[in-house]
Design a protein. Structure first.
Length: 233
């Protein structure tokens, strides 16, 4: 394990001592930095690890520690009667996964993305969201079911399961992309937090998925770390 592989919220355990990583690197102050003065280069911006003590104790030089990486888990749920019946090939769900994989490739997160395809069934969707919250899935993206058709049930199914709603990000997206495409303003997409699980309901088209994630990914990291009381900029 290299220091470059460590991510925020990973843990190091030395017997009873439990440490959780809260910061990776810190700003070097150049001529005011002791390390910089001695070697002409400071490694702290990229290699320094800072942790908070979850359980205290004594660490001895001979103690062997255990590295416990913190996984970042994502669930993508496609809502479509036709796709669930095998009559239609889901494209928006796989596109979400592609964009998430590209996003995580540039960050020190231990990410894993799983996918599900469900019919437009409110009870089955509710069960998936409740299970995701219980399993502490970090973020859930749904695609489909956000329009005004009789089988569009996603927002009204998920909203009651959220502890907090985040209305502005979806309003911003509708306003931004609705300038060129007025139909984008008909989306009823919502965003919210259920426990420590972020939930975003996206429309069912590939184009809409790309537009929504373009904005959502700008704040995903911040929303993830806030419940853990990390000040990450």
């Amino acid at each position: 394990m290299s220091a470059h592989e460590v991510a925020l919220l990973d843990r190091f355990v030395f017997g009873d001592v439990n440490l959780e990583i809260t910061q990776i690197g810190k700003k070097c102050h150049g001529s005011g930095c002791t390390i910089f003065q001695q070697v002409g280069k400071c490694v702290m911006p990229v290699e320094g690890l800072f942790a908070r003590v979850l359980h205290g104790g004594t660490i001895r030089r001979s103690d062997r520690g255990e590295y416990c990486p913190r996984p970042f888990t994502c669930l993508v749920i496609t809502l479509s009667d036709r796709a669930a019946a095998g009559e239609y090939t889901d494209r928006s769900g796989p596109r979400i996964k592609e964009l998430l994989d590209a996003f995580f490739a540039t960050r020190r997160w231990h990410a894993a993305v799983a996918s599900r395809v469900l019919p437009d069934d409110p009870e089955r969707l509710r069960q998936q969201i409740v299970r995701a919250r219980e399993d502490r899935i970090n973020v859930v993206f749904t695609t489909g079911g956000t329009g005004i058709g009789p089988r569009d049930i996603t927002p009204e199914t998920i909203a009651p399961l959220c502890d907090k709603l985040l209305p502005d990000i979806m309003e911003h997206i509708r306003t931004k992309f609705g300038r060129d495409n007025p139909l984008a303003r008909l989306s009823r997409s919502i965003a919210g937090v259920a426990g420590k699980t972020q939930i975003y309901t996206l429309p069912g088209s590939v184009r809409a998925v790309e537009e929504y994630l373009e904005e959502i990914l700008k704040t995903l990291e911040h929303v993830f770390y806030m419940p853990h009381e990390l000040d990450v900029h």
